[in-house]
Design a protein around this ligand. Structure first.
Ligand SMILES: Cc1cc2nc3c(=O)[nH]c(=O)nc-3n(C[C@H](O)[C@H](O)[C@H](O)COP(=O)(O)OP(=O)(O)OC[C@H]3O[C@@H](n4cnc5c(N)ncnc54)[C@H](O)[C@@H]3O)c2cc1C
Length: 470
């Protein structure tokens, strides 16, 4: 552990003079993405209709094959969308944020997976002349006789593995790292599905327009993954060469890690965002852990603050100055980007205060426009820095210490006054519904706060939430 008294008084950068609010552009990107996906789905459906897909529904066998073909086409489009959603494409990351992208990825992924199973079943049944008894034999014949089908079968098994381990019950039993490693098999699954589409799917190659559509769709997803998941992080790390500068204790089991690097004035990070961090040259470096910036980037150094909850986070306390760091990011919409109002409320609990503390310094606000609600048990994190922000920038601070005052309550035991948390919220911040609210803390606590914010009239689009879960 390095004693860096000077560093603990982390300099607070001067406030920006304007509020950047690309909220409208982000909303336009969300709409355009949805339209693009629907256009793709409608186009393949149009081609299916043009190929007699609807007439084929008149016969039992032809109907099975026809529905099987259409489910396959829709599953393919969704499969590509699912990969694109997790390709870390900056414009999507900005517009949706990781939480929402992960949610959509899950929704699109399971829909695509179910349609893919329907595709395999219906096509085989159709080729078996609609006779269920013949399905196993037909399945075998298709697998060994048709080009690319064996590969597609292996790909399907990979996707089954990914889908099964992503079901909530299974996911709860797995360590994050195990689940993540298994999840990478999805790329193998998607890659192995391609050849059978090209070799046996007449729908794919029967016209120039279709050939262009499918190659463009596959090609752009592959390029997106290579550029944004691989190329950009490698280039960014080579350019900035991040190193550990110091590790500073913040409280029981909580440390801040300060990082320096080359040209950090060009490092694309905003207060409140998070990165995936790998601290190289020590055991377990292959595993990336997400941590939010706990100080607004000032062009000279970065800071994260982490609580020890397992091997990776506990080992941060033993990092040595000079150690190399590999990061992926920035990610997340818990930043000025999501803001649409001048007045903000920043609400944090425990180590969830890390991005909230960064936002309290990084957002632009006049005295009285920003209020910080700080929930903690015994020792507040960043107490001195928050007091300084209150003095220098007019940040209004509401401290909620102690054990929770009642079961199902999100405020502290020493909170006095109104009977319910909701009444307290309305009394403390009467104009809460008029603000942007940034909320970060344990998931169960954040759910309680979110429920009261909704009851207080806050529109959902003005709540910006991160809960540190997966
Ligand atoms: C967007 C985001 C921002 C975060 N910011 C902070 C922060 O600023 N400060 C802080 O103390 N903690 C933060 N966390 C939580 C932190 O990532 C985990 O506590 C840490 O990764 C635990 O790793 P471990 O090896 O110590 O423990 P493990 O025993 O490996 O994990 C303990 C739990 O941490 C979670 N976890 C582990 N690895 C990951 C991962 N790669 N992605 C998501 N969850 C994971 C899982 O729920 C796991 O069950 C953040 C999490 C997320 C998702």
């Amino acid at each position: 552990m390095t004693d860096t008294t000077a560093l603990t008084a982390h300099p607070i950068p001067p406030p920006a003079t304007t509020v950047r609010s690309p909220a409208r552009a982000d909303a336009a990107v969300r709409t355009a993405s949805a339209l693009l996906l629907w256009a793709g789905l409608l186009l393949v459906t149009y081609w299916w209709v043009a190929d007699g897909g609807i007439q084929d529904l008149g016969g039992w066998e032809t109907g099975l094959t026809s529905v099987g073909r259409q489910t396959g086409l829709v599953a393919s489009v969704l499969l590509l969308a699912q990969v694109a959603l997790m390709a870390r494409i900056p414009v999507l990351e900005h517009a949706f944020g990781q939480d929402r992208l992960a949610h959509l990825h899950r929704l699109v992924g399971f829909t695509s997976f179910n349609l893919m199973l329907a595709h395999v079943g219906l096509i085989t049944w159709g080729y078996a002349a609609g006779d269920l008894g013949q399905v196993p034999r037909t399945f075998w014949d298709l697998t060994v006789d048709y080009p690319g089908i064996l590969l597609a079968l292996v790909g399907t098994l990979c996707l089954v593995l990914v889908a099964v381990t992503s079901a909530r019950a299974a996911r709860r039993r797995l360590r994050y790292e195990s689940w993540h490693l298994l999840h990478l098999y999805a790329y193998v699954g998607v890659g192995l599905a391609l050849p059978h589409q090209l070799w046996t799917g007449a729908q794919f190659m029967s016209s120039t327009a279709r050939t262009v559509f499918w190659w463009a769709a596959w090609g752009s997803v592959v390029v997106a993954v290579l550029v944004w998941r691989v190329g950009l992080p490698v280039a960014r790390n080579l350019r900035h060469d991040l190193r550990v500068e110091a590790v500073v204790p913040e409280g029981p089991g909580v440390v801040s890690v300060y990082l320096t690097g080359r040209r950090l004035d060009r490092f694309p990070a905003e207060a409140g965002q998070f990165f995936l961090w790998r601290f190289l040259g020590r055991p377990g470096w292959t595993r990336a852990n997400p941590y939010s910036l706990s100080a607004a980037p000032d062009g000279r150094r970065l800071r994260i603050t982490a609580q020890a909850v397992g091997d990776g986070s506990a080992a941060l306390a033993t990092l040595r100055p000079g150690g190399r760091v590999f990061v992926e990011g920035p990610y997340g919409r818990l930043s000025a980007r999501a803001r649409s109002r001048r007045k903000v409320a920043l609400v944090g609990a425990g180590v969830g205060m890390a991005p909230i503390r960064a936002l309290a310094a990084g957002l632009d606000y006049a005295p009285g426009e920003a209020v910080l609600v700080h929930r903690y048990r015994d020792q507040p994190l960043f107490a001195a820095e928050i007091a300084q922000l209150a003095r220098d920038r007019g940040l209004r601070v509401l401290a909620l210490p102690g054990r929770r005052r009642a079961p199902g309550s999100w405020t502290g035991g020493t909170t006095t006054g109104p009977a319910s948390d909701l009444d307290a919220l309305r009394t403390w911040i009467p104009d809460i519904a008029e603000r942007d609210v940034y909320l970060c803390g344990p998931a169960a606590w954040a759910d309680l706060v979110r429920a009261d914010l909704q009851l207080a009239g806050l529109p959902p689009e003005r709540l910006h939430l991160e809960t540190f879960g997966w």
